[in-house]
Design a protein around this ligand. Structure first.
Ligand code: GLU
Length: 323
């Protein structure tokens, strides 16, 4: 009688223990992205989609947050408010090495995971503003973007290279990218900067309105490319924006790669699982946004200037991608 009661109790207790073990294996991770009309947000969604599809195997539940962009994501990883974030290769380099906005305060725990789609510093200007080059912004109102964005850092670099001072030579706005196309259409700004992968909904929206707009080439960059090894010259695929007034031009500008970053404190098995699942399901991943179409396993190992997280490195070694 006594024993009969004991057995179910012991069983229930051990079941409860197993239950706790299973619950303990659930890992919740947050991925910081960018504005909802950019490429980071759907890219973060694509990463979450791949890893959440394997939650029975890994117990990882990833969720995506819309944020101000690269700078915000890196700082939020540093303060442990985010586990992962997407950040431009230039901001990854500057943050880890304590340069630019991180001068004197390097984010030494920042770790690289993999690279994503290339991005281009995209300067959209109203045709009626008369702007044809970055040198024509005198007296205008230009949105350099969210204080947490990478595009604000890039546009500052570019204006510095041509000797123009934002806030003095022209009025500088700090709008979110999702608001910029509408505010441009309303006539409240003359142009905006967005460092973003192509094609994307934001530039489509900006070019498709009643107010005609063009995409301005950025070629007068002084010594920028020499001083900053993470920048390169790229061409914007204008066939994606047939409504831009210069849709037939070849528009050259400064570009870099987007990258996935994390903290040295993120567990190795979590970073391993995400890296492995994205890389081994690359065809499925690439279909989740047109800007990801050109990704290859090899391109995903470019632009990583912070140390590669050991979890990612474990997969790269296993897959023979690094020695
Ligand atoms: N490159 C932009 C930034 O760091 C974000 C681009 C995007 O959201 O697609 O601010």
């Amino acid at each position: 009688m006594f024993a009969k009661k004991i057995i179910p109790f012991a069983l229930a207790a051990s079941l409860a223990f197993v239950g706790t073990m299973a619950m303990a294996k659930q890992t919740f991770v947050t991925i910081g992205t960018g504005g909802i009309t950019g490429v980071y947000y759907p890219t973060g969604g694509a990463i979450a989609n791949i890893i959440n599809g394997k939650k029975d195997q890994y117990g990882i539940r990833a969720s995506v947050e819309s944020t101000g962009g690269s700078k915000f994501n890196i700082n939020a990883i540093d303060s442990k408010d985010l586990d992962f974030g997407i950040a431009q290769a230039d901001t990854q380099y500057m943050a880890y090495n304590g340069k630019g906005p991180w001068e004197g305060k390097p984010v030494s725990k920042l770790r690289a995971v993999f690279a994503l789609a290339p991005e281009a510093v995209t300067f959209v200007a109203a045709e009626d503003s008369g702007i044809k080059s970055v040198k024509d912004v005198g007296g205008k109102t230009i949105n350099l973007g969210d204080p947490g964005s990478g595009n604000r850092i890039n546009s500052m670099d570019i204006f510095k290279a041509v000797g123009i001072t934002p806030g003095k030579d022209f009025r500088d706005e700090k709008l979110k990218p999702a608001d910029a196309p509408r505010v441009l259409q309303d006539g409240r700004i003359d142009g905006f900067f967005y460092t973003v992968g192509h094609p994307n909904g934001n530039i489509k929206e900006a070019t498709a309105g009643k107010r005609k707009v063009r995409i301005i080439p950025i070629t007068e960059v002084g010594t920028l490319l020499k001083d900053a090894p993470y920048y390169s010259m790229v061409e914007i695929p204008m066939d994606q924006y047939p409504d831009a007034t210069n849709a037939k031009d070849k528009v050259k500008t400064v570009g870099m790669l987007a990258t996935l970053v994390t903290s040295a404190d993120t567990p190795e098995d979590v970073v391993y699982a995400i890296t492995k699942e994205v890389m081994t399901n690359l065809d499925q991943f690439k279909k989740l946004h047109p800007a990801l179409a050109g990704l290859t396993k090899e391109s995903m190992l470019q632009g990583l200037t912070a140390p590669i997280h050991p979890g990612a490195l474990k997969y790269y070694k296993e897959a023979g991608l690094v020695k």
